[in-house]
Design a binder for this molecule. Sequence first.
Ligand SMILES: Cc1cc2nc3c(=O)[nH]c(=O)nc-3n(C[C@H](O)[C@H](O)[C@H](O)COP(=O)(O)O)c2cc1C
Length: 554
Amino acid sequence: MMNFNGTPQQLFWQGSPRDIVFDDDSIKEKLLQTDKACYVLKDFNGRIGVSNTGNLVSEGRGLQVLAMTPPMTASQLGDPTFCNDYKLKYAYKTGAMANGIASAELVVAIGQANLLGSYGAAGQVPAKIKESIDKIQAQLPHQTYAVNLIHSPAEEALESLAVDLFLSKGVTVVEASAFLALTENIVYYRVAGLSRDENQNIVVGNRVIAKVSRKEVALPFMNAAPEEFVQSLLAKGKITPLQAELAKQVPMADDITVEADSGGHTDNRPLVALLPIIIQLRDEMQEQNAFATKIRIGAAGGISTPASALAAFMMGAAYVVTGSVNQACVEAGTSEYVRKLLQTVESTDVMAAPASDMFEMGVELQVVKRGTLFGPRAKKLYAYYMTYKSIDEIPKAEREALEQKVFKQPLEEVWQSCIAFFQERDPEQIERAKDNPHRKMALIFRWYLGLSSNWANAGTPDRVLDYQIWCGPSMGAFNDWVKGSYLENYEERKVADVAEQIMKGAAYLYRIQSLKMQGVGFSREVMSQNSILTSVRSDLNSDGTPDTSLLSIV
Ligand SMILES: Cc1cc2nc3c(=O)[nH]c(=O)nc-3n(C[C@H](O)[C@H](O)[C@H](O)COP(=O)(O)O)c2cc1C
């Protein structure tokens, strides 16, 4: 039942009394029709009800309108130009997840629902990335997809090979991440896609969605490509003089995702603090640069429920990005063991642990701590790295414990595996470690840090306690939200369906909050985000047959 504690509108409602409902189930059903306006009315008996039909008049006979909310569907959340530019149904994107956890299947499933997915190219060899791009392109002939371009300071070759591959395969959207500063590689990708159309307008052929968690990293993406890189590319004949000229007139990114406390690499900043900072910076830079098109700012980190998605949109996010929650979905390129474990994770079941790719720099990422010892073990390795200058300095008993419990082989044997690995991939790594025992130690420890996520993805049975599972607190928030619904079961979690539920739920919560701020009080049943989840998958009709309307939006 509802109550009212606000100031009534100076409006009166005229319509059929049969269209006014008073019980919770019917109120919820009316509110769920977010494509229709909703009026909260007081009838002549003093009862408070809801209708989404009828007319409003400012004078004359009619029922008192207490509060009202306009039509506002999930597709209206966020910046409409984001949806237009990428041909999307909602301003919703799934973030890349390294090692193909954001698999080709995941990107295809999201793309087929007319949402934007980003392939997890980080940590993958070029042949595997190429194979996945082929798969995605074959199955998404008309939809948009992105591929992750990850900055790779330790293995520069990987970054430039990736750009060459993207350009040769015609990948038109990259999600650029981990860039502490711009590199010639990303500038090449961006500028090589610039041209003019017949009306002399600039055409941006290669779109960049940059992911940042700091102002100083965001800034270069808000400016034009640095001149020294442009000139170098021009001198090498990689871009044309026209492209070099056009590069001055467009920013380095079309979109910037603000990454707050998230799974994987994270600065652990709260979204409510970080998002307004970057939006303000964008506004200042836009005023300064006066580019024809304004950069959009999206939000990532902690988003996995209708409430968190709505909060991001209300703070001005042009789009939202999810990560952790998608790893728990059936399309994710991880093991069933991991997906099942993720179903049980609470928001407090995550911790920071050293990152394999930037281990020496002390960079950390966020991982699951329930059911695995990876976090504490990886932290211990970093402590050894900081305390000792070589593996030979580690006290004998501790080294033996490490070899038995963590590495399950002598450290010198691990070193031989490192040599074999890098000989194929990047021989310079071994070269640089030859007379540098501290570096050798780092490479040995990175062997464990690198393989532990592969063990998790593959579900290697004898390495369960070493699984490195990147995950943020948003996973626990999702699990709490879906408790008691069909989505509680990990086998039912599908990326496009999860997206649909989050976005539709956000639109529903928008009107609930709007009415609440006008003084309407709802029962818990109507108000809570848990009550919004329908009992059937959103891609199925109530009789269980596929809902094909989702497939034909664009
Ligand atoms: C398993 C996992 C792997 C990730 N790998 C990458 C990656 O390779 N590149 C990247 O840009 N972001 C990566 N991310 C971050 C996500 O793309 C996304 O921005 C983030 O997860 C959003 O925050 P959330 O985890 O709270 O949803 C990863 C996240 C997870 C959970």
